[in-house]
Design a protein around this ligand. Sequence first.
Ligand SMILES: [Zn+2]
Length: 297
Amino acid sequence: MPELPEVETVRRGLQPFMEGATICHVAQRRPDLRSPFPPDFVQQLEGRRIAEIARRSKYLLFHLDGGPVLIAHLGMSGSFRIEMGEDEATPGVFHHERGKLAAHDHVVFDLVSAHGEAGRVVFNDPRRFGFMLFGDPTRLHEHPLLAGLGIEPTGNALDGTALNALFAGRRAPLKAALLDQRAIAGLGNIYVSEALWRAGLSPRRSAGSIASTVKPFTARTTRLATAIRDVIGDAIAAGGSSLRDYVHADGSLGYFQHSFSVYDRECEPCRRPDCGGTVSRIVQSGRSTFFCSACQH
Ligand SMILES: [Zn+2]
């Protein structure tokens, strides 16, 4: 499943062509993906200009001039492909190979960019766990998918004080507390392991054990907040650099995978200088957690 940095990479890959572009024609080739398309899907999109492509958690938000917001989720295997003349690009780099079969091209947007270039953007999703819905732009934050989401892990809102407020008094393991989308939105299994390693904190600790009930923040909540922002920021930067090399950004290479410190590295040596420990894997709430017990306490 694409994690937040990959979704952000997709957003940044689509922006140059799609922002300011007018949607001329939409081919919707199925009635549904994970959920049915809105009944007026094509009619609402055709003729509209895309004002902005934003993101909240792992939802891409296409703001349309004078129309609804198109809320898109990549699901397990969704990807967008930009076709302009001879060029083709799939923004985003994923761990699992992305489908290229035309049979899985479910939505095709024909567009004219702000600079007058014609092209198309194709949504391909072999497993069909992705979806596209509409939201009301004046009440977007009240949309059922978005209303309960916590802090974005990419911005300044996530700091030691915010984490302290979320975790003080909580008995849940730190790993589970970080995966709670009502606390931090869009943080997934991979980057939770990576952030805890970077912060030197054990995933088995209780969330409350790093927080204070009397002080606004602690050294540990500050360290963890910084680690989360850095891990996500580094992954987005890595994805961004892959965008410059479209030919190899076909989804078959897990670029991010090569930069993991602990994720998927069971029994391999810890990458912290002078640690000497070995990465372990445990299962928490049915999900694998990778960590080094020598340097994560
Ligand atoms: Zn270590």
